[in-house]
Design a binder for this molecule. Sequence first.
Ligand SMILES: NC(=O)c1ccc[n+]([C@@H]2O[C@H](COP(=O)([O-])OP(=O)(O)OC[C@H]3O[C@@H](n4cnc5c(N)ncnc54)[C@H](OP(=O)(O)O)[C@@H]3O)[C@@H](O)[C@H]2O)c1
Length: 451
Amino acid sequence: MQQIGIGLLGFGNVGSGVVRTLLKNADLIAVRTGFQLLLKKIAVRDCQRERPVQVDPSLLTSDAESVISDSGVDVVVELIGGTDVARVLTLKSLAMGKPVVTANKALLAECGDEIFGEAERRDVDLYFEACVAGGIPIVQSLREGLIANHIHSIFGILNGTCNYILTRMQREGLPLDVVLKEAQASGYAEAEPGLDIDGWDAAHKAVILASISYGFHAPMGDVLVQGIREVVQTDIRAALELGFVIKLLAAIQHVEEGVAIRVQPALVPQDAMLASVNGVFNAVLVDGDVVGETLYYGRGAGADPTASAVVSDLVNVSRNLVAGSQRRVPALAKHHQYRGMRSTSDLLTRYYLRFTLADRPGVLAKVTNVLGRNCISIASMNQKDPLPGEHAEVIIVTHASQEHNYDTAISEIDQLDGVVDPTVRYRIEDFHRIESGRVALNGLLVGGVGD
Ligand SMILES: NC(=O)c1ccc[n+]([C@@H]2O[C@H](COP(=O)([O-])OP(=O)(O)OC[C@H]3O[C@@H](n4cnc5c(N)ncnc54)[C@H](OP(=O)(O)O)[C@@H]3O)[C@@H](O)[C@H]2O)c1
């Protein structure tokens, strides 16, 4: 049986999952593909370290370049992470004509132009299913399964750590810092959680999804990114009373003028499908012009789900090698069908606004006056009776208005006499399709239009 030599760069969390999968399901993969995936070399930092999976020690090396240049290695799997060593090694592998499988979303989001460009120049495969939503095969779905579609929008819950934290906050009424500490203790959050809870990890994934959907490398600098650090119980409870849950939502929307990408905590209607995605799970909702809506759900991280995606890529790359059809599926099929990025500032959005106001006559009137002058009309307003001596909390849900109207209004409101704290604002996601400036309702609610 033909053998494909695998060189692994990194034998940590994901690397261990990949080795475990290659050992556990070797026979199944062989009978399904007609070839064997054979581990030839594994690069690590520390060859003496105890590993959760046992391998022949002679496979290990701390010289990562020797893995790439090994003549027995046909495919390189980059599982080191970061954008320094991983970038150099990935570029070297591609330059040597060796296909690369990577799980490194930061690398592709930050250095995508260079990496995708090198893969194209060298006519070499670059596969990256594990970069987005762990075990969910969303990259293959977009690059192949949905290739006949113009993608109107992609909405995703793409960060399991944030979803786990928000789910527990909602269910148990706990503050973010308490849930975060427990998540760190149980391995659901990193010791350095910034990449996740500040929204950057989800933004990296959103950039990758947008790039493969629209045929250009979406620059990170054009993505609106806001994490979950500021989410408090007051807003989680108020959102529930209004019929919403708060999710860290990645929204990629195509309008005629281009593609808008934002990652923000957003209020999602409780009867929307994405509202029921809880804990560490991820989900991606894709709206294509031919297929309509499709939904993908599963574990977004962890050694085994991620390994499932990496090994799937390994099989795809190996099949291409065996058939002599490298770049059958280009990493990023660049084209000019779409206009590039567009600002989010004139997108129509409904908002949840929470004002903390001095409890005296006339303050609320000044606030609503500013909203009115900025073309923001009010759908509902709720003020809880303040206790004596306390400030009043007023929650306003708006009708749709352009994003920049909110920016202007809120910066004016926050300067008003009687406004005690900065205004809290969360986008309300109604999952509207945007077409030529019009907003058309999709059937995205369970039991809704077109269901
Ligand atoms: N963890 C997940 O659930 C998940 C999910 C999707 C994608 N990813 C992505 O997968 C990649 C790997 O993540 P991970 O969680 O597996 O990371 P990890 O546990 O930190 O593993 C990193 C591995 O790289 C090795 N390494 C670091 N620097 C090296 C160098 N200069 N030369 C050779 N080896 C080196 C380390 O060696 P030592 O073991 O000797 O220190 C370790 O084995 C990242 O890009 C991450 O974003 C992870």
